[in-house]
Design a binder for this molecule. Structure first.
Ligand SMILES: [Zn+2]
Length: 145
């Protein structure tokens, strides 16, 4: 089976926040949940419980730092984490900040329309201008240092 993430690792280059030894951190291209990120394993694997102890330890370090960065920056009311693999088999973890109020960033109001419910299904057509993606990547990167 062909894996889109293995074949086109540069696809999401503009959304990359930081590269680690085993994982890459990227902003999710849908920001209807402001600050939503994806942590992607750099090798191909399909099941979260097939990773090595080193990969697991690094994942936990990354997500802990990211969580702190997102809380400092956007003040979410809850964090959601999901690893499903139904559409993309390549192992990745979604880090989804959730909000019980509107949040402003770069002059845009972000509304968590599904607060209190699972994040999916969400507005797949939701987009922000290019420069807002850049500002988000910059902001989150600066908080990770
Ligand atoms: Zn893959």
């Amino acid at each position: 089976m062909t894996c889109l993430m293995c074949q086109n690792p540069e696809n999401f280059r503009k959304l990359f926040i930081k590269e680690f030894k085993y994982w890459k951190l990227a902003l999710h291209n849908n920001q209807c949940y402001l600050g939503r990120c994806v942590v992607i394993l750099k090798r191909h694997a399909e099941d979260m419980f097939d990773i090595s102890n080193e990969e697991r330890d690094e994942l936990f370090e990354i997500v802990k730092k990211l969580k702190t960065a997102l809380i400092d920056t956007f003040h979410p009311d809850l964090m959601n984490y999901s690893s499903l693999g139904n559409e993309v088999r390549h192992l990745h973890l979604h880090v989804i900040p959730r909000y019980n109020k509107n949040v402003e960033f770069a002059g845009i109001t972000f509304m968590d329309k599904r607060w209190g419910q699972n994040p999916s299904p969400y507005d797949k057509g939701f987009t922000v201008p290019e420069n807002v993606y850049e500002r988000l990547v910059e902001k989150i990167s600066s908080k990770l240092r």
